[in-house]
Design a protein around this ligand. Structure first.
Ligand code: NAD
Length: 249
């Protein structure tokens, strides 16, 4: 299996892309540490082979993340998936909105990487490689969208963080990449559609911006998650990898 024997931590694993990634990594033989702030939703995440262990963890709480990492054996893979979509222009974005989004979308990655990195470098020294994957988006430095000012700013920061990490640790067996999905049909997308003034039109608009003519399913994204956390991507680092249904053609 493609992730046989690897220990992989995933944040925001209770639903959406994080949950599907936990299941996909477990199906490829990984031991998955699945975490989320929503303990109830997380409790329903079970895989056939019992390779997933679930823990409630708030990625915005640096102290808890560090304490959690301190209790864990070293990781082979870290997937920082947690993030929030702010909707609106700069005039709709309060300073609190700004701080919340940067805290969850970017600073949580700082907490996780600092906490897990020493063990991952140790692990990379033994096995030849370890991988960090950070969730960005095509809505970032790659492409701008209306009402995604704050979201795009945070995800562009994720790409910068990713490239900096890749540059600093390329000689020590640690790779770091960012994933940049198009629009994916997940619970939070469904709530963004439901909150629109005309939900039917909002769904059509989301679909229309993807030339393949449909929303992505989480299962369209997980093959890249598995690849970027596996040794198959051993020559890939510092990249913002798009999986966007042709938006950026
Ligand atoms: P989602 O938004 O439906 O679920 C997010 C999960 O994050 C929830 O389970 C929630 O409980 C958890 N969470 C929230 N705050 C947390 C915290 N402080 N600590 C730990 N967990 C927390 O999932 P999604 O739509 O798959 O999005 C996952 C990631 O993918 C996000 O970073 C998002 O920006 C990114 N992304 C999503 C899309 C999309 O269209 N859905 C596209 C590109 C990128």
């Amino acid at each position: 299996m493609r992730l046989d024997g690897k220990r992989i931590f995933i944040s925001a694993a209770a639903q959406g892309i994080g949950r599907a990634s936990a299941l996909a990594c477990a199906a490829e033989g990984a031991r998955v540490i699945a975490t989320d702030i929503d303990a109830e939703a997380l409790s329903t995440l079970v895989d056939e082979d019992n390779r997933i262990e679930c823990h409630r963890l708030d990625m915005r709480d640096g102290g808890s993340v560090a304490a959690f990492a301190g209790r864990q054996p070293p990781l082979d893979g870290l997937f920082n998936c947690a993030g929030f979509v702010h909707n609106g222009t700069i005039l709709d974005c309060s300073e609190d909105d700004w701080d919340f989004s940067f805290d969850l979308n970017v600073k949580s990655m700082y907490h996780a990487i600092r906490a897990f990195l020493p063990g991952m470098l140790e692990q990379a020294g033994k096995t030849g490689g370890a991988a960090i994957l950070n969730m960005a988006s095509m809505a970032s430095s790659i492409k701008g969208f209306p009402n995604r000012l704050l979201y795009g700013a945070t995800k562009a920061a994720v790409i910068g963080l990713t490239k900096g990490m890749a540059a600093d640790y390329v000689g020590r067996g640690l790779r770091c990449n960012a994933l940049c999905p198009g629009t994916v049909d997940t619970p939070s997308l469904r709530s963004r559609i439901a909150a629109a003034p005309d939900p039917v039109q909002a769904e059509k608009d989301f679909i229309a911006r993807q030339p393949v003519g449909r929303l992505a399913q989480a299962s369209d994204i997980t093959p890249l998650v598995v690849y970027l956390l596996s040794d198959e991507s051993r020559f890939v680092t510092g990249q913002a990898v798009l999986v966007d249904g042709g938006v950026t053609i």
